[in-house]
Structures are given as C-alpha cells and as structure tokens.
Design a protein around this ligand. Structure first.
Ligand SMILES: Cc1cc2nc3c(=O)[nH]c(=O)nc-3n(C[C@H](O)[C@H](O)[C@H](O)COP(=O)(O)O)c2cc1C
Length: 178
C-alpha cells in the first residue's frame, strides 16, 4: 500500500507536520510513504492551465495518482483549512473526468495550539474531499493544545496516540479502490 502524506502548513516547526509524522509512525511496518510539500509553489487554480499545468501541479497530480490512500494533517485558519491546502485539493481534483484523488480514502487529522481541536477545519476538509469525490473517513483526529501535546515529535498523551493509531488502522485496513 502506498500512502501519500500532505501537510497544510509549511512552517518548519509545524504542529501538523509533527502530527503527520506521528501518523506515519503508526502505519504498519513496510508501508510505502510519499510526501508532497510544494503547496506554496502552486499557482491559484485556473481551468485554463488544467491541460498544461505547471510542474508543481503535475507532481501533485502524479503523487496523488500513485497513492492508494492519503493522510492529511491540517491547521485551522479562521475556522477552515488554509487556502494553500484548498487550492492544492482543487488542482488535484481536476480535470473532473481525470481527478487524481477520486475514490481515494483519506484520513484527516488536525492540531491547534488553542483549546479547540480544529474541529471546524476537520469538518470543512471532510466536506471538501467528499465533494471532490475522494473518500474521507468519517472519523477524524483533532489535537488541542498542540504546543503541549508533542514530546520529541511524539504524542505524549496515550489517548491521542491511540486515536492516531486507530485512524491509521482504519485507513489501511479496508480494501482500496482500483
Ligand atoms: C491566519 C490564521 C488563522 C488562524 N485561525 C485559527 C482558528 O480559526 N482556529 C484555531 O484553532 N487556530 C487558528 N490559528 C492558529 C493556528 O492553529 C496555529 O498557528 C497553528 O500552529 C498552525 O498550525 P501549524 O503549527 O501546523 O503551522 C490561526 C493561525 C493563522 C496564521
């Protein structure tokens, strides 16, 4: 199984990057993992560039196409997902007849340093992915007080770690679509 990992933050010390790596660590041994981290290089989506897209868009579509399933860890920005992540999903979902994320199961996770667990961002991301005809898992994982949640890159709280582990188990256990 080939897992593609996407992080909605380019911040070097991103809590969501740490959460994504905690998710990767919870995958079964031997799982192939790819990462795409060029969201900041993508131009704003335009139908006109669909047929002949810039290199970063072509790479995004390729890695999505190769993936069996996706893991997305996103910050919450003003009660939703960062525009850069939404823009990337828009690119990956087109051309409509050839969407690179169509039918792909997706695990959604989010971390925030606030008292909230980025619930709104998680709900929005699930809705965006479903509209784009991906298959987001109904269950998501949200981490509040993220600045206290990680110790040396690992989730300190056993309940958090178990929630991530269960989500990764669900992600890789169901049959994948052709
Ligand atoms: C433009 C902007 C809007 C934000 N809005 C929210 C928000 O609505 N809810 C929230 O919990 N945190 C919000 N935050 C704080 C982020 O959760 C925080 O910056 C977090 O560390 C970003 O994730 P990262 O560590 O992966 O980069 C916002 C941050 C920015 C820059």
């Amino acid at each position: 199984m080939n897992v593609l990992v996407l992080v909605g933050s380019a911040r070097p010390d991103s809590f969501n990057a740490q959460l994504a790596e905690a998710a990767v660590a919870a995958l079964p041994e031997g799982t192939a993992v790819e990462r795409f981290d060029r969201f900041h290089e993508l131009p704003f989506y335009s139908d006109d560039a669909d047929a002949n897209p810039p290199a970063a868009v072509a790479e995004l579509r390729e890695v999505c196409g190769r993936a069996d399933v996706l893991v997305i860890a996103t910050p919450e920005y003003n009660a939703s997902v960062p525009g850069s992540l939404k823009n990337g999903i828009d690119w990956a979902s087109r051309p409509y007849a050839d969407s690179s994320i169509r039918g792909k199961r997706v695990a959604v996770l989010a971390a925030s340093p606030t008292a909230g667990s980025a619930e709104s961002a998680r709900e929005h991301l699930v809705a965006i992915l479903a509209r784009a005809r991906a298959e987001p898992l109904a269950r998501t994982v949200g981490i509040a007080a993220a600045h206290e949640a990680f110790v040396a890159g690992e989730l300190a709280d056993a309940e958090h770690a178990a929630a991530v582990e269960n989500l990764m188990h669900e992600l890789v256990s169901a049959p994948v679509h052709a």
